[in-house]
Design a protein around this ligand. Structure first.
Ligand code: NAP
Length: 306
């Protein structure tokens, strides 16, 4: 029987694990892929305090994991398919049939890149269509690329892609960006970046070697045009990872988990942290804050109920 099971190994889950382990709670973190979450696929981070020159996403992830494990956090790889509440005990089932019992749970499953859902996207996924510049950028040396979106991810990763690409088109559906101003300034000053405003992607075409063309439409004029590109990086937001919960906890209208200021979900003993929680600002800094609060709340819950 665990005191706490943390589901998801991004900054929120790893911070929760650091805090619960230091509280000497028997803690297990279950991660379906690799620890670090989206941070792991972010090339460079310069707004996480304490690293004045910035830090690589992979290095920050590794540091967070090492620190939590040092205090006793157990980490297993597995995909949770069900959580059941039986009396005071929560039962967590993995895809391979493994079952764990626990007194409390912290949900820190984050979110996954949202697809555009346009023709050709699935067909060319992994053959020119990507959701991760850190993972795939280096394959596109001297190519012309398109990045879709106008948020922090699109503009930051677009800037990163200029290390390899000849030209990076940032295709955005409005005429102003959502990204942080400092990132915008850098992008406007970069001669390799060209903005395509008020435009949405309509179709991706290619051949046996991969993507060749992005068809776009100007939403103001209705004019259709094409960009000849060797790769397309899609950054149009994220969907929360909540499928395995099957309606167990309350969600908001966008499917993010609703929690109170102690990170408690609608089900007692089940806490939430990080990007999967309904909240206004999704950052590493807010994820680690959530993780710490959820861990302390879980500790209090166990003290009171067990
Ligand atoms: P986001 O902020 O939700 O931005 C998504 C972008 O895609 C928006 O510009 C949106 O346009 C556009 N978009 C959405 N659906 C679209 C569609 N169907 N077709 C075309 N364009 C579409 O997502 P994000 O940039 O991935 O960021 C997610 C969260 O992580 C944010 O809270 C962000 O601040 C945070 N983040 C922070 C950092 C950092 O601090 N360094 C880095 C990365 C991400 P509109 O603007 O018109 O809505």
């Amino acid at each position: 029987m665990y005191d706490v099971i943390i589901i998801g190994g991004g900054p929120a889950g790893l911070t929760a694990g650091l805090y619960t382990s230091r509280a000497r709670l028997k803690s297990l973190l279950i991660e379906k892929g690799f620890t670090g979450g989206q941070v792991m696929t972010t090339e460079w981070i310069e707004n996480y305090p304490g690293f004045e020159e910035g830090i690589g996403g992979a290095e920050l992830s590794r540091k967070m994991e090492t620190q939590a494990v040092k205090f006793g956090l157990e980490i297993v790889q597995g995909s949770v398919i069900e959580i059941a509440v039986v009396g005071g005990i929560r039962k967590v089932t993995l895809e391979d049939g493994t079952r764990y019992d626990t007194k409390s749970i912290i949900l820190a499953t984050g979110s996954n890149p949202r697809p555009l859902k346009i023709e050709g996207e699935d067909e060319y996924r992994g053959r020119g269509v990507s959701y991760c510049a850190t993972c795939d950028g280096a394959f596109f040396k001297d190519e012309t690329l398109a990045v879709i979106g106008g948020g922090d991810s699109a503009v930051e990763e677009g800037l990163f892609l200029t290390k390899f690409a000849k030209t990076v088109y940032i295709v955005h559906r409005r005429d102003s960006l959502r990204a942080a101003k400092v990132v915008q300034e850098r992008a406007f000053a970069n001669p390799k970046i060209k903005f395509v405003w008020d435009s949405v992607p309509e179709k991706i075409e290619g051949n046996e070697s991969g993507v060749t063309t992005l068809h776009i439409k100007n939403v103001k004029t209705g004019e259709q045009s094409r960009l000849d590109v060797g790769g397309i990086f899609i950054y149009v937001g994220y969907n929360p990872n909540i499928e395995f919960l099957k309606g167990l906890v309350e969600l908001n209208e966008n499917n993010y988990i609703v929690a109170d200021e102690n990170m408690s979900s609608s089900v007692p003993g089940i806490f939430v942290a990080g990007d999967v929680r309904a909240k206004p600002l999704k950052q590493i800094a807010t994820a680690v804050g959530d993780g710490a609060v959820a861990a302390v709340a879980a500790e209090k819950y166990i003290e009171e109920k067990f």
